[in-house]
Design a protein. Structure first.
Length: 161
């Protein structure tokens, strides 16, 4: 039997590690969403630094997931805190989705979901301070200031379902 979060139509996954500064952006957005009264068909998960691969690997033909919204820090050399909405066609440009610290790329899982008819949207925030390996649990002020706008972007994607 599928886990509860894979029995939803829309799956929001926050990625990143709260221990490394702005890399925790996805976690903070997901925490805000968890405190909201979202429709029953929406699942919200803190995918952390690596479990998003596991979550996506469980998707199969029994799952009713129709849309995946990934929330994460990106590096596109934009001003810190800038938010961008990306699709599957943008995945080759997201270096961390092709190779990460665990050598498990996220992009193939998202591309496979797209091939199976699942809409994939990435809400990315340009980070300023990714502190790995130093621990810093605070976001930069620029990234912190973008959280509410990111939540609104996710809510807009949920409404489009």
């Amino acid at each position: 039997m599928l886990p509860e979060y894979l029995r939803k139509e829309v799956l929001v996954i926050g990625c990143g590690n709260i221990l490394f500064g702005d890399d925790g952006f996805g976690y903070h957005v997901v925490k805000r969403l968890e405190d909201m009264d979202l429709p029953d068909e929406v699942g919200v998960i803190d995918g952390g630094a690596g479990s998003a691969y596991y979550i996506l690997s469980l998707l199969d033909e029994e799952s009713p997931v129709k849309k995946i919204v990934v929330v994460d820090t990106i590096d596109f050399n934009l001003p810190p805190g800038t938010l961008v909405k990306l699709g599957v066609e943008d995945l080759p440009k997201v270096e961390k989705y092709n190779f990460d610290a665990h050598d498990v790329p996220l992009a193939p899982y998202l591309i496979e979901a797209h091939r199976r008819g699942i809409e994939v949207v990435i809400i990315g925030c340009q980070g300023k301070e990714i502190t790995c390996p130093e621990i810093k649990m605070e976001l930069s002020k620029e990234v912190e200031a973008s959280i509410e706008r990111a939540v609104k972007m996710v809510l807009e994607e949920i409404e489009k379902r």
